[in-house]
Design a binder for this molecule. Structure first.
Ligand code: ASN
Length: 340
């Protein structure tokens, strides 16, 4: 019999309506268990760890990420798979950072949740949770089929660090347009084996040191020098710069001078696109040619969530800015595709 470990962090899945305020607030795991009698019928053993407090995922933070990773490490050898019940709002950030923290993972870590609480008649919680458990226990010849951190939502399994929350109203809350869906659940669960990571030959190592000194510069036509400067001058080691199209920016001299000055001071600037599909291609247009020469780093097709959490992870591991710069452009957990 397989052993599956459930980590309950909160999220809509286990929420109830507060009688006084009418808002959704997190509730304990008993609510989920009571509404899901099928949990008694599964042919794997379940162990549940509830966080205190259980939270709406908008309150997620690096301390909880470390706590989650430590729970997985401490139980890694005794369980076949892990399901993390998590609010959908920041699920992609948590899935991304966990993919970086859990190097060489050989067991499934499946994040899931729902758009409607488990107590609602039309809830999507039941299907999401039961499918997540099924995938967490799936093996072929004694080896886990999924050996990475994923998100299961609305019958689709996504690589965590390729996904983002794209819809707050539909059951189809997540997408990963820059990487194929890893599995689809219908009558059968069909795995896309070519797209899944195979970590069998790797060593499992957990990294918990994180450094959140990361800034974000989202460009728009007309952004003022004062705003750009205030972000570049902030007390951060790296800046994720969200650019236009395939990585393009305005070519005003004041702007390029500010970028050059920031890089000279030893900060990393990583170029990712505001487009959700496609990749940064530095030098494709004149409006990105100069960026490469200034030393702006290529974020390729990384999601915003992956770029931010990868920097938090790399900065925690590496004291030298050059080392962070080197690794941020490399594919380390299947989070980016190098196109040059
Ligand atoms: N606000 C909720 C959360 O992220 C949204 C959800 O879970 N659907 O905790």
């Amino acid at each position: 019999m397989q052993n599956i470990f459930i980590i309950y962090t909160g999220g809509t899945i286990g929420m109830v309506k507060d009688a006084e305020t009418g808002t959704f607030v997190p509730f304990d795991f008993d609510l989920i268990a009571r509404n899901l009698p099928d949990l008694e019928r599964v042919d794997y053993r379940l162990t549940v760890h509830s966080f205190t407090p259980i939270i709406d995922s908008s309150n997620m933070n690096p301390t909880i990420w470390v706590e989650m990773a430590e729970i997985i490490r401490n139980n890694h050898d005794n369980y076949d798979g892990f399901v993390i019940l998590h609010g959908s709002d920041t699920m992609s950030f948590s899935a991304s950072i966990l993919s970086f923290m859990l190097e060489g993972l050989q067991k499934p870590v499946i994040l899931s949740g729902s758009q409607l609480p488990i107590g609602e008649i039309r809830t999507d919680a039941r299907e999401n949770m039961m499918t997540a458990l099924e995938i967490a226990s799936a093996k072929d010849n004694g080896k886990s089929i999924v050996q990475e951190v994923c998100i299961l939502f609305d019958n689709k399994l996504f690589r965590g660090n390729r996904s983002f929350k794209y819809n707050s109203a539909k059951f189809e809350a997540f997408r990963s347009p820059n990487y194929p869906v890893l599995a689809e659940a219908g009558i059968h669960i069909n795995y896309n084996r070519e797209a899944l990571l195979d970590n069998t030959a790797k060593e499992f190592i957990m990294h918990t040191a994180l450094d959140n000194r990361v800034g974000v510069l989202k460009l728009f036509p007309g952004i003022s020098p004062t705003i750009v400067k205030s972000i570049l001058d902030a007390d951060v080691r790296s800046i994720v710069m969200e650019t236009f199209g395939s990585g393009n920016t305005m070519t005003d001299q004041w702007f390029l001078d500010m970028l050059a000055d920031t890089i000279k001071k030893g900060k990393n600037i990583v170029d990712i696109s505001q487009c959700k599909v496609g990749s940064v291609e530095l030098g494709r247009y004149e409006t990105s040619q100069g960026l490469k020469e200034l030393g702006v780093l290529n974020g390729y097709d990384m999601t915003f969530e992956a770029a931010v959490t990868k920097l938090i992870y790399l900065q925690g591991q590496l004291a030298e800015q050059d080392d962070v710069a080197y690794w941020v452009e490399k594919n380390i957990r299947g989070e980016l595709t190098v196109n040059d």
